[in-house]
Write a protein that binds this ligand. Structure first.
Ligand code: GN1
Ligand code: MG
Length: 361
């Protein structure tokens, strides 16, 4: 059942003025994002998506908006020319023509048209769905291959950089700000054994891993599907910036290979479904295979390990810091997520060779 969101009067008035909403506008929560606050607004029978940007995470919201505009405009042109077969998010400017409304307390709000008749998934239910998803994210990457890189700035520098994330984790462990380290020594020890990923990462830099404009948050629930299971629209464009295709492939892998969600505490069920990996690799090659270099192809399983490990580190770091980054529903939630991701990381590591053999030649 849909829940109503009660916005405070100042915010409601500010939003109404910015976009000309009526007093009857109805707001309800939408999606499961961990960073921004997302609402579905229904007004005069028309549905739109409102988002309050998390400016603690996105320190330069104007830059985020310029990126989103550049990306959606580029994809829109590709679609019009018949080179991109998916729906493109449409930003709705304010009545004053601005890409976002800056309201009381320096809160940044923006609006998108709602893409009707779509659903999202937190867990992949079939290999076909995985194939659809990775083909969709692959087509997205291919469509951005010729975007003018000068129009896209780095919104979060070194976002997936394992060196940065590992250092941040080590600092958080030493600082132990929330005094939680002694309660999770096993998980911290597991995180400290991340060295081989770092050394392989350094090797890939030396081997010339290509930098590209990538999505950087390709988890399954950042893709909208129609009711027939067809991928329809890539969403959550805030982290589109310079990256590597390994980041996108890795995020898809970590969010689709396991049969349970990223915060499941049922660790016995966290595992890698091999037929889903095969579908993931095939779908990605169908979506953007032509642009993949041999080095990228040869490192798809490494990508899965890299991103799963990095996100595990980020969850654990936030737990040690006292939960200031990812939205949590209860104390210990980030630790549960970290344990889940490290379990998946261990399975990916143990099965790496067999998985890589499933990548089509
Ligand atoms: C965040 O916003 P959302 O929920 O799509 C995070 C990702 C993490 C993900 C973990 C800007 O994505 O990097 O992988 O949570 N986004 C940011 O679920 O940090
Ligand atoms: Mg999201």
């Amino acid at each position: 059942m849909n829940k109503t969101v009660d916005l405070d009067l100042t915010t409601r008035t500010g939003l109404a003025e910015a976009w000309g909403l009526s007093p009857h506008a109805h707001f309800e929560p939408l999606g499961n994002g961990l960073i921004n606050r997302t609402l579905l607004v229904t007004d005069d029978g028309r549905k739109r998506v409102l988002q309050c940007l998390n400016t603690h995470v996105f320190r330069d919201p104007a830059r985020v908006m310029r990126n989103c505009h550049a990306v959606t405009a580029h994809l829109g042109r590709k679609r019009a020319a018949g080179h991109y077969d998916y729906a493109v998010l449409e930003l709705v400017p304010t009545l004053a023509g601005d890409p976002a409304a800056v309201l009381a307390g320096d809160t940044w709000w923006r609006m998108y048209d709602h893409v009707p008749d779509t659903v999202t998934f937190d867990v992949a239910e079939t290999p076909d769905l995985v194939h659809e998803a990775s083909r969709g994210f692959g087509a997205f990457a291919a469509a951005l291959a010729d975007v003018d890189v000068r129009t896209i700035g780095d919104v979060i520098p070194r976002f997936h950089d394992p060196v940065r994330r590992f250092e941040a984790f080590r600092r958080a462990l030493v600082a132990d700000r929330a005094e939680r380290a002694s309660e999770c020594t096993d998980t911290c020890a597991a995180a400290l054994s991340f060295d081989d990923v770092l050394s392989h990462w350094h090797l890939l830099q030396r081997q010339g891993l290509p930098a590209r404009i990538t999505h950087n948050d390709c988890k399954l629930n950042n893709l909208l599907f129609d009711h027939g299971g067809r991928a329809t629209c890539v969403v959550d464009l805030d982290t589109v910036m310079s990256g590597t295709l390994l980041f996108d492939f890795g995020d898809m892998a970590r969010s689709m290979l396991s049969p349970v969600p990223e915060d499941s505490t049922d660790l016995g069920r966290v595992r890698v479904r091999h037929e889903y990996f095969a579908a993931l690799a095939r779908g990605y090659l169908d979506g953007c295979g032509a642009m993949l270099t041999q080095l990228e192809r040869d490192n798809l399983v490494f990508a899965a390990r890299l991103v799963t490990g990095v996100i595990g580190l980020r969850f654990l770091t936030d737990h040690l810091d006292g939960d200031h980054y990812f939205r949590v529903t209860h104390a210990g939630h980030n630790l549960e997520r970290a344990r889940n991701q490290f379990t998946l990381y261990a399975a990916l590591t143990a099965e790496a060779e067999n998985l890589q053999a499933l990548v089509p030649r």
